[in-house]
Write a protein that binds this ligand. Structure first.
Ligand code: GLN
Length: 250
């Protein structure tokens, strides 16, 4: 019987800007190459999380969308936190990443409560465009198994993200070019178990195939499925694109 892989897409109507849907397409493409059937589950406001998820995705969103969904996200907090603690994967991009932290304060001072999956807080300095972090981002990945590969993407956020004290999380990467979590720190993103938050739009995964494989490998191991074929995949186009973009923007 063909193996199944359950992807849950959180708030696809509100939180999927700058082509973030491409992350789900990238995951599905590689899983299908492995002859694994992807069960794609969309969860909108007022809808319950599915019984079964192997990998969650939440994309980026403008302040106004974050204000629309954050209270509903609190209703999903318990199951989300339990699933991540149990090793389920997750990718959160920009606005989605911010909402998985402890809180996000918008440029107009609106307080947006997060679910506290990541030990981060985010504050936008003001609502004028000049203080946004915008541009191509190149960085060295700090996930130990990924041996400092280069990650690349596009960032566009007002929020300045900082780790809170005694964080249980690690930064995803060290910035080579661009801003990252904030204007000063030179770190970008956040990792907790198999959950990653990042400012890499672009979409992230089509430009960073090794990160896609990391997510998939983790879940195949958790589901006691073989990871043997991962090393045989021909991801030449994606790998070449990553190298060209890194060389162009670093
Ligand atoms: N609204 C948030 C900010 O401006 C997130 C933006 C995004 O998702 N690109 O920081």
């Amino acid at each position: 019987m063909q193996s199944k892989f359950y992807i849950t897409h959180l708030y696809p109507l509100e939180m999927s800007i700058y082509g973030d849907m491409g992350n789900i397409i990238a995951m599905k493409y590689i899983l299908n190459l492995l002859d694994i059937e992807v069960i794609y589950q969309k969860v909108n406001i007022a809808q319950k999380l599915p019984y079964r998820t192997d990998w969650y995705f939440i994309g980026g969103g403008q302040d106004k969308e974050q204000l629309i969904i954050y209270e509903d996200l609190q209703q999903k907090k318990e199951q989300l936190l339990n699933d991540i603690k149990g090793g389920v994967g997750l990718l959160a991009i920009c606005g989605g990443y911010q909402l998985l932290g402890k809180k996000f304060v918008t440029g107009r001072g609106e307080q947006v409560l997060g679910i506290g999956l990541f030990d981060i807080t985010t504050q936008a300095p003001s609502s004028n465009v000049k203080t946004r972090c915008i541009g191509n981002l190149v960085e060295k990945c700090l996930i130990p198994e990924l041996n400092q590969i280069n990650l690349v993407g596009f960032e566009n956020h007002s929020g300045q993200t900082n780790f809170t004290n005694r964080s249980k999380c690690l930064p995803l990467a060290k910035v080579i070019a661009g801003y990252g979590n904030n204007l000063e720190s030179k770190y970008e993103g956040c990792v907790y178990k198999n959950a990653v938050g990042t400012y890499l739009h672009g979409s992230c995964l089509p430009k960073n195939p090794e990160l896609t494989l990391w997510f998939i490998r983790n879940q195949l191991l958790r589901k006691n499925l073989s990871t043997k074929r991962l090393g045989e995949l021909n991801l030449e186009i994606s790998r070449k694109t990553n190298k060209q973009l890194v060389n162009k923007f670093k």
